[in-house]
Design a protein around this ligand. Structure first.
Ligand code: COA
Length: 259
């Protein structure tokens, strides 16, 4: 499916999805959000794809929702816009294949929210993060007020959301907003290497791990333990579990089939 504001390339089981609106710092207009939804659906169903890298063209990852579209929105449209974007971002978060955000530059507002909806974030040392919506008289609409405190804790999230301040990659790493910071020219290589490490593991185990983390965070500890035990039991029914454990005992690399 051709995109206007994205590119999607697949090589060696890795999909590279690039938000490609560099003249507007990849700001997310409604059309780009819709394209992101189509792209993640494609990534989910295409058997030739094991996982994805998400990045931005030019000097930004994504500099937020497109402010020109927000300026005259009605309350009804604003709510519908937020719900539509939340739903698309949720499809990234619940994707059973690993999605890594390779944050190359500004990740502000909807950009920070999009990065948080990915499973792992690797940042260039030039990246900048923030939720500046309060400076616009808004709050985040694509899940930022909910994911940020879950990711970095209530106190730090409240500070970022209320001040709207921008932080650099080193600070983002210090507070746990990103998993790793690397030199800008190494970003895609490092992100691909991490994805390849994950893709060498059992895909069913990876998918159920993503689900256990995501669903578990919405449950009590006791309910989450049951979910984990159920997944543990389910994986025991797979050829991959037998292959993985047997390969360890035979001192060889496993060959997983996703079955
Ligand atoms: N929505 C719409 N357009 C945006 C945008 C956004 N969120 N962020 C950047 N742009 C556009 C600018 O309007 C400008 O377009 P123009 O050349 O047609 O005037 C272009 O992208 C380049 O941005 P510019 O502001 O000139 O770059 P800069 O280096 O001076 O500043 C930022 C970079 C990221 C600090 C600044 O663009 C910014 O503050 N953006 C908005 C961030 C934000 O509030 N996001 C949350 C939105 S809810």
């Amino acid at each position: 499916m051709p995109f206007k504001f994205l590119t999607l390339e697949v090589a060696d089981r890795v999909a590279t999805l690039t938000v490609n609106r560099p003249d507007k710092l990849n700001a997310l207009n409604d059309a780009t959000i819709a394209e992101l939804g189509n792209a993640i659906d494609q990534i989910r169903v295409d058997d030739s794809i094991g996982g994805a890298l998400l990045t931005g063209a030019g000097r930004a990852f994504v500099a937020g929702a497109d402010i020109s579209e927000l300026s005259n929105q009605s309350p009804v449209l604003a709510k519908a816009r937020a719900r539509a974007g939340q739903e698309v971002f949720r499809r990234f978060e619940t994707c059973p294949k690993p999605v890594i955000a390779a944050v190359n530059g500004f990740a502000l507002g909807g950009g920070c929210e999009l990065a948080m909806a990915c499973h792992i974030r690797i940042a260039s040392d030039a990246a900048k993060f923030g939720q500046p919506e309060s400076k616009l008289g808004l709050l985040p609409g694509y899940g930022g007020s909910q994911r940020l405190p879950r990711l970095i804790g209530k106190g730090r999230a409240t500070q970022l959301l209320l001040t709207g301040e921008m932080i650099d990659a080193a600070d983002a790493y210090r507070i746990g907003l990103v998993n790793k910071v690397v030199a800008g020219d190494q970003l895609m290589t490092e992100a691909r290497n991490m994805l390849k490490t994950i893709l060498a593991n059992g895909p069913l185990a990876v998918a159920l791990c993503i689900e256990a983390i995501d669903r578990g965070l919405q449950m009590s500890l006791e309910e989450g333990m049951i979910l984990e035990a159920n997944h543990f039991g389910l994986l025991a029914a797979t050829e991959d579990m037998r292959e993985g454990t047997r390969a360890f005992m035979e001192k060889r690399a496993p060959v997983f089939k996703g079955k």
